[in-house]
Design a protein around this ligand. Structure first.
Ligand code: ZN
Length: 64
């Protein structure tokens, strides 16, 4: 595990920030580990997408 994984699992990085960090350090990482980080980023993007929908649904509440 590297700093990016650690911060992603602690929710200290957004998916965008994690991608930026990965771009800076990927040359120092093994390919296998880059894929592990990408999987975490994809999970994060799913979470952010769901959160976005939760917020939209919140706005919809009471519109009926
Ligand atoms: Zn890592």
């Amino acid at each position: 595990m590297c700093l990016i994984c650690a911060e992603l699992t602690k929710n200290k990085l957004s998916s965008v920030e994690a991608r930026r960090n990965l771009g800076e350090v990927h040359s120092t990482l093994k390919k296998d580990h880059i894929f592990e980080i990408l999987k975490l980023i994809w999970q994060k993007e799913d979470e952010e997408y769901e959160t976005m929908w939760d917020n939209e649904n919140m706005w919809d509440t009471g519109s009926d």
